[in-house]
Every structure is written in C-alpha cells, then in structure tokens.
Ligand binder design. Structure first.
Ligand code: GLU
Length: 388
C-alpha cells in the first residue's frame, strides 16, 4: 500500500499520544501522575450540560447549517464585541469541531504551495503540521526563556520574505504560558500591516490569565489589522468542555464563506445539541470560569515553587494558560529520553519539548488536581536527584 506523501510530512500528535498512554496506564491500575494533555480536570459546569440535555430532549438531533447554529453564531459575535472589542457579526463566525479545526480549516482555506507562515517557537505542536498539510512552509523563529519566550519585533521583521503570508500568534501561549502585553501586540500589529501580512490569533487561553495580566485581541488594535485578522477560539479550556469539540473562527465574510465550503465537504456541522450547551456557556453567568481560574492560580503557585526547588530544573513563571515549560538542559538529557525515563521509572507523564520545537525543555500541564501535582513534583524531584 502506498499512502499519500502528505502523511509522511507530518508527525503524530504527541500531546494526544502521551495523554492516551497515561490514561491507559491508569485504567490498568497504575498510579500515574499525568501532566500531559492540557485538559482541565473539572466536570463541565452543570448548567451547560443541562442546556445540551434539554436540546437533546427537544429533538435537536438533526443536521444543522455547516457554519453553525444561527443562535450560537450570534452569541459568539456578541461575546467578541463585548469582551474583545471586535466588531464581528454572526456572518463573520464559523463554529468548528474544536478550536483545533478552526485553525486547520482556516489554513486549508488560506495557504497554498510555497506560502510561508511565521511561527514563533516554542509553538503548539499542531501549527507547523497544519501548515505542511496545506503545502505551505512553516518558518520557525526561536524565542528564549530570557525574553519570556516572546518574539521580538526585529525577529518578526527578519523572518518576513516576499513569500510570507501569515503570522501565527498564540497569547496566552501553549506551551510556555507567555502573555504578550498590549503594547507588544500593538507593535506586532503594525509590522503585520506594514508588510501586508495576515495574522491568525489563537485565543483559546484568553480567560486563563494570572495576576494583573491583560488580554488584548490583536484584531481590536485598529481597523487596518482587524481586516487581516482571523480570531480562533473555543470552549474547551475556559468552560472545561474538551470532549465537546466546539470551537470557532471569526474573520472577514469571504474567509468564513471559504471555510464553510471546506466544512461542508469535511466535518459538516458540529454536533447540533452540543452547540446548545455552548450557547448556555456564553449566555449564563461566567462565575464558573472565575472559579476554575482561581484553582489554576493556586496550582500554578505550587508547581512553579516546586520546580524552583528541584535542582537542575528551571522555568519562567507562566502569566497565563496552565502549563510550565521547564528547562531540563542541566540534566544532560534530551526531552524525549527525559520523558520516557520519567514515565517508566516514576510513572509521571510529561510532554517532551521537542514536540513544541524546544528539545531542552519539557511541558507540564497543571490542569490537574493538587494532590497529583504534589505527588508528581515529589516523583520528579526523586527522578532528577537519581540522575545526578
Ligand atoms: N491543546 C491541548 C494540549 O496541548 C490538547 C491536546 C491537543 O489537542 O494537542 O495539550
């Protein structure tokens, strides 16, 4: 059998693979501490489940419009107007199968052979693979812990060529937890406009911000950048709805029409009754989002302090999202070997930094309960001490 060449261009998703392995080990009765997938451990809030159950009882079980239920598209547009200062209407919204498919679909609609896409590293592992699957060329720009993993204006300018079409911005960032300040976002926006590029802004972690950090949607900076921005987001992280697979993109109508065409031939509509849960998530009290954030904030303190206490490990304090990106260079191990041996010897699951373009680091997700965090840190400490 000869598979299509595009399959060999991409790697399997390590986040999903390691998370699945950790879950399988747990199911076998092994006491695993999993810091693998970025998946909040809270149940989806009851009122969101109730709305989906009601929709199911009301028979909302049929095909719906490929771009999403009109009521949900309207609710998303309203949320973006009020919370993000983005002047989108329902026609500017497409509901997708998770935030991931909003990015995949947009890249399919926008990128073709030879187009260059600038991606700051460390990056969420699916970005370069999505670009390759569209025959585009990912242009990786390395950023460093000393600069809190931010791309500088100079770095961005230097990476631009006549083939550059798109810049991928992810703030708060997976895997580093970096949050760009409003001033930095404005500077990036100006470069994007000056060089006639587009930006896709992955804002899936926008509600998971610590201390006094502020989220600015790049599309809200000016009318010029708004016209060349695609804003992607979803319900998984803010509302603990990972398995529901509901995300969205907001963009100029022409882009939404193109994405709807692709969706019509690929996934069709997102599960109809699930979309009613998403409507309830947006239209009800946001107290649940704040409660989960308070728990993440406590966990962040514990995991960050814990890492500082382990010799040879180091990480910047994350300003957002629920990951610490830990530098392991002083252990002398590369990230894959570190994670394999950690899982094997201490039953602690972590994601090797090589998946995110940084082989000197590992990613720990603290979207897990405090007991697991404390136990996992003890095991990690033991592992690193055993290495020395
Ligand atoms: N985005 C999450 C993560 O990075 C979920 C897994 C995935 O979709 O890659 O862990």
């Amino acid at each position: 059998m000869k598979l299509a060449g595009r399959v060999s261009q991409v790697s399997p998703s390590l986040t999903l693979a390691i998370a699945a392995k950790a879950k399988a080990m747990k199911a076998e009765g092994i006491d695993v501490c999993s810091f693998s997938a970025g998946e909040p451990d809270f149940p989806t809030p009851e009122h969101i489940c109730a709305a989906a159950k009601q929709a199911l009882d009301e028979g909302k079980t049929r095909y719906g419009p490929a771009a999403g239920e009109p009521q949900l598209r309207k609710a998303i547009a309203k949320k973006l107007q009020i919370h993000n200062n983005l002047d989108y209407q329902a026609e500017n919204i497409i509901v997708t199968n998770g935030g991931k498919y909003s990015l995949y679909n947009f890249i399919q609609a926008f990128i073709e052979t030879g187009d260059e896409v600038i991606i700051p590293a460390p990056y969420w592992l699916s970005y370069p693979e999505m670009v390759k699957l569209a025959d585009g060329k990912p242009v990786i720009v390395n950023t460093w812990a000393e600069n809190n993993y931010r791309i500088t204006p100079e770095q961005l300018k230097q990476a631009i060529t006549p083939q550059t079409k798109l810049f991928i911005l992810n703030s708060p960032s997976n895997p580093t937890g970096t949050v760009y300040t409003p001033e930095e976002i404005r500077t990036l926006a100006k470069i994007i406009i000056d060089h006639d590029l587009w930006v896709v802004s992955d804002e899936i972690y926008e509600n998971i911000l610590y201390d006094d950090m502020k989220h600015l949607s790049i599309g809200a900076v000016s009318p010029e950048i708004f016209e060349r921005t695609v804003t992607c987001n979803g319900f998984a992280k803010s509302y603990s709805m990972t398995g529901w697979r509901i995300g969205y993109a907001a963009a100029p109508v022409e882009i939404i029409k193109a994405m709807t065409k692709i969706q019509g031939h690929s996934t069709s509509n997102v599960c109809t009754f699930a979309q009613y849960g998403a409507i309830a998530a947006l239209e009800s009290s946001q107290a649940c989002v704040k409660e989960m954030l308070a728990a993440f904030a406590q966990r962040r303190e514990v995991i960050y302090q814990g890492i500082q206490g382990i010799p040879k490990l180091n990480c910047p304090k994350p300003d957002g999202a629920f990951y610490v990106f830990v530098d392991i260079s002083a252990t002398g191990l590369k990230s894959l070997e570190f994670c394999d041996r950690l899982l094997e010897s201490q039953q602690v699951a972590a994601i090797p930094g090589i998946a995110f373009g940084a082989d000197n680091c590992i990613r720990l997700s603290y979207a897990t309960d405090m007991q697991t965090i404390k136990k996992g840190l003890e095991r990690l400490d033991k592992f690193v001490n055993y290495l020395s």
